[in-house]
Design a protein around this ligand. Structure first.
Ligand code: ZN
Length: 501
């Protein structure tokens, strides 16, 4: 390895170490830290994020990126080091525009806001969180202005999660999707109550839910030598390096589907993290291509696999064995229909596949309005409730079940939500390609064999780390640009059968 590249990798390694330390502390904050630790933790995270930022945006890093170019010239355009320099330069040019004081202050504010949000959600009072959200929106506007000029003030935020994507593209995709999803939901609603999911709302002791979820996760291929599961208010996956990729979940002892599907979901994220090659550790290549691609992996395992008939042919017996009091008299088909019931609901993470994207569109529109200044933070709960009514015909009984349900705004993640809906689209598009490559995949899943699917995902996506532009790789792998059509075909096929549309 050339001397400049080696020096650059040393620095990138230190930056990655600092960020891994931040991630460990962030994970701890969500899992085990007592509430009294909030202020102290905010300071530690603020210091670490400032240090990693300063280390990364130094003049020296910029010089080394340029000087190392000639050392990698012999590699092809897809060589690891060529791509490393390209990805690093992109991140460097972005981060250089953000002052260290901003980074430290934003970390401090969001760390405190996150704690306040947890309290606000627990007490179901938006007013507790309101001032923190005002500060966050203000700081996010400042952030966007570091990247002016832009088409939309939302673009620089979105770009952090979905490199290269613009608010106008998201709008266009959502505008194409919305009427057809609404049409499908109305067609389903017109059939009346043909699916009953009451069996999911019985008492399911937490320890047995834990057992089933983790068993399924391991069958999917989640390696507990390089991972673990804990509990948190909002399920998430975090990785410190490719050898330590953790998931969290949460339980509702009176609703089976919450922990069950969020565990399968986070497992999908974790399989991605564990599939990134260890040689990328301590570099910016040890990351997902984008959040939409990350979400496509969680959706694949949660929905395309986890809500399929084939999966339950393999696993329903085990679930009945764990919960005989509730399920011994319920046949597989009734259970399959129950977990696929379409019904407008208040909580995004529990939404069925047909209504899920409407939850995202609502959030995207509201955060866009907050950023553009056409909606003020104090008016947010009202705006939330009226749009819920408009899209899903429901009004939340309180803020906890409405505007306070998601963690994202509390950590400053404005621009994050669209990647969830895009992830659904990516998952469906990949799935059509996978089924063409592995025609007997449903039969494999019926036998609880997931090696073929995981191998395909590893070979086509995971092994690249963050080497490529996300939408470019999706196009390369599936042979087409990202489109809502495969997703709509999937929904129509599945629900057409369940609801006899
Ligand atoms: Zn996810």
């Amino acid at each position: 390895m050339g001397e400049k590249l080696a020096k650059l990798k040393d620095i990138l390694g230190e930056v990655a170490d600092l960020r891994a330390a931040e991630s460990v502390l962030g994970w701890d904050q969500q899992t085990y830290m007592p509430p009294g630790g909030a202020d102290g933790r905010a300071m530690v995270l603020s210091t670490l994020s400032r240090l990693s930022h300063e280390r990364f945006v130094s003049d020296q890093v910029g010089e080394l990126i340029e000087a190392a170019q000639s050392e990698v010239a012999a590699q092809g355009p897809d060589g690891d080091d060529v791509r490393l320099l390209r990805v690093t330069r992109r991140l460097y040019e972005k981060e250089r525009k953000v002052p260290a004081e901003y980074v430290a202050e934003f970390s401090r504010i969001t760390s405190l806001a996150n704690q306040t949000w947890q309290q606000a959600r627990a007490e179901s009072k938006f007013s507790i969180f309101q001032e923190h959200l005002v500060q966050i929106v203000k700081m996010r506007r400042q952030y966007a202005d570091f990247f002016a000029p832009y088409d939309s003030v939302y673009d620089p935020l979105l770009d952090d999660f979905e490199p290269g994507m613009k608010a106008s593209q998201v709008k266009q995709i959502f505008d194409a999707l919305r009427p057809r999803q609404v049409e499908l939901i109305q067609a389903i609603a017109s059939k009346g109550p043909v699916v009953d999911d009451a069996i999911l709302y019985k008492h399911y002791p937490e320890d047995r839910q834990w057992t089933f979820g983790l068993e399924a996760a391991q069958r999917f291929g989640y390696d507990l030598q390089r991972g673990r599961q804990d509990k948190s208010a909002h399920p998430f996956t975090t990785d410190f390096n490719t050898g330590d990729v953790r998931i969290t979940t949460r339980f509702d002892a009176d609703y089976l589907a919450d922990a069950l599907f969020s565990t399968l979901h986070e497992t999908g994220h974790a399989l991605y993290g564990q599939g990134i090659p260890a040689r990328f550790d301590r570099t910016p290549l040890a990351a997902a291509l984008s959040l939409a691609v990350h979400e496509s992996q969680s959706r694949t395992w949660e929905n395309l696999v986890g809500r399929s008939r084939a999966f339950w042919k393999a696993f329903y017996g085990r679930l009945q064995e764990l919960f005989p009091e509730n399920l011994s008299q319920v046949d597989l088909e009734s259970f399959y229909r129950a977990i696929n019931k379409v019904s407008p609901s208040l909580i995004r993470v529990n939404a069925d596949e047909a209504t899920y994207n409407l939850h995202i569109m609502l959030r995207f529109e509201l955060e866009l309005a907050l950023m553009e200044g056409t909606l003020a933070v104090p008016d947010l709960p009202q705006a939330w409730n009226s749009r819920m009514q408009e899209y899903l015909g429901l009004t939340p009984p309180n803020d906890a079940k409405g505007v306070l349900q998601d963690i994202h705004w509390s950590f400053g993640g404005i621009g994050y939500f669209p990647t969830y809906a895009l992830g659904n689209l990516v998952a469906a598009q990949l799935w059509e390609t996978i089924l063409a490559a592995i025609p007997d995949l449903p039969q494999q899943i019926e036998r609880a064999e997931f090696g073929g699917l995981l191998h395909w995902l590893r070979e086509n996506l995971h092994k690249h780390g963050a080497k490529f532009e996300p939408m470019e790789l999706i196009e390369r792998v599936t042979g087409a640009a990202l489109s809502p059509e495969p997703y709509l075909r999937y929904l129509k096929g599945k629900y057409g059968e369940i609801y006899r549309l």
